[in-house]
Design a protein around this ligand. Sequence first.
Ligand SMILES: NC(=O)c1ccc[n+]([C@@H]2O[C@H](COP(=O)([O-])OP(=O)(O)OC[C@H]3O[C@@H](n4cnc5c(N)ncnc54)[C@H](O)[C@@H]3O)[C@@H](O)[C@H]2O)c1
Length: 256
Amino acid sequence: MLASKVALITGAAQGIGLAATRLLLKNGAKVSMLDVNEIVGKSSCSSLQKEFSSSDVMFTMVDVTKSKDLAAAFERTKQMFGGLDIVLNNAGIGNELKWKKMIDINLVAVIEGTRLGVEHMSTSNGGRGGTIINVASMGGLIGMTFAPVYCASKHGVVGFSRSLRELAQSDGIRVNCICPEFADTAIVNDSMIGMNEETKALVKSIGLLTPEKVAEGILELATDTTKAGAVMTVTLRRGMDYYRMLGDPKVTKAKL
Ligand SMILES: NC(=O)c1ccc[n+]([C@@H]2O[C@H](COP(=O)([O-])OP(=O)(O)OC[C@H]3O[C@@H](n4cnc5c(N)ncnc54)[C@H](O)[C@@H]3O)[C@@H](O)[C@H]2O)c1
């Protein structure tokens, strides 16, 4: 399905990013994995090189908040794999105590990664077009009293991604975002430790998606050429769905 496509995925060492890497590889794409965690990233990449092919997947240690390093990783991906078609801005943390850092990773770096994706893929800049998927969260659509800044960062990702739907026409780039409910990864399991009993009970009652289920939604957004500015939700109850909001005012060209 994705033969000859090149994907760049941030936060790819583990969790949702790793599941998405594996699924895109399974579907024929080449994947450039980026993560700040060098040890886990290298180990995940080397397992995938054995499972698939060493020429189809590479790892670069990058902190997405370091703009120059992130830009260099985009360049490296293009040089090694000969192009770029899919960007998954997925790296994220959940830590209300480090709230400025969280905004930098969860929102500022997503904007930066989107800008770089547009720079490299835009048909009006010599690129071949492509798709950008920004990982938000159900916390980007609702309030969560136990994680207000996390919610703010993810609401930002949703608003930003929706606002770029016209890039599909002007630049040949479809920008969409995905809002999963709780998934069984380190971000939830680590923050469970600091959660009060009521919040733990809430997570338990909703249940945990597998990262593989979220990756299916990512694949769907990567391949469904009709979607631009869409907000996909992924929940245990309803699977993949699209969030319907008030209509956005029509503009001719998104400003980025
Ligand atoms: N797990 C959930 O319940 C859930 C639900 C909705 C949305 N999300 C979002 O999914 C995304 C992936 O999270 P996950 O659940 O797989 O958690 P995870 O903690 O398993 O993975 C996050 C990855 O991001 C990397 N990362 C963190 N800071 C980074 C930085 N500065 N630069 C580069 N990489 C960095 C981590 O090293 C890690 O590999 C996040 O954006 C998260 O907010 C998760």
